[in-house]
Design a protein around this ligand. Structure first.
Ligand SMILES: [Zn+2]
Length: 82
């Protein structure tokens, strides 16, 4: 396996793990400007209708606060009620 393929594999695994933690109703926070995307509210700034899961946002979607792409977002840990 080449170094590139290895890095690619690690990236893919991290991506899968990250996505496994994102559910349809998970609020996502931009780690650059702290904007929070709430799937129940959608994102009027980006013409995103309420009820749109973060993982179903279109490819062109960027943070309405700072313009970062979706990779800048992390699940809101304190959003969980358990
Ligand atoms: Zn942002």
């Amino acid at each position: 396996m080449t170094e590139f393929a290895k890095a690619d594999e690690i990236f893919r695994r991290l991506d899968a793990e990250r996505k496994a933690r994102i559910h349809d109703d998970t609020s996502m926070q931009c780690k650059v400007c702290w904007y929070v995307y709430n799937p129940q509210e959608g994102c009027p700034e980006n013409q995103t209708p309420p009820g749109t899961p973060f993982l179903e946002l279109p490819e062109w979607w960027t943070c309405p606060g700072c313009g970062s792409d979706k990779n800048a977002f992390l699940p809101c840990e304190d959003d969980e009620e358990s």
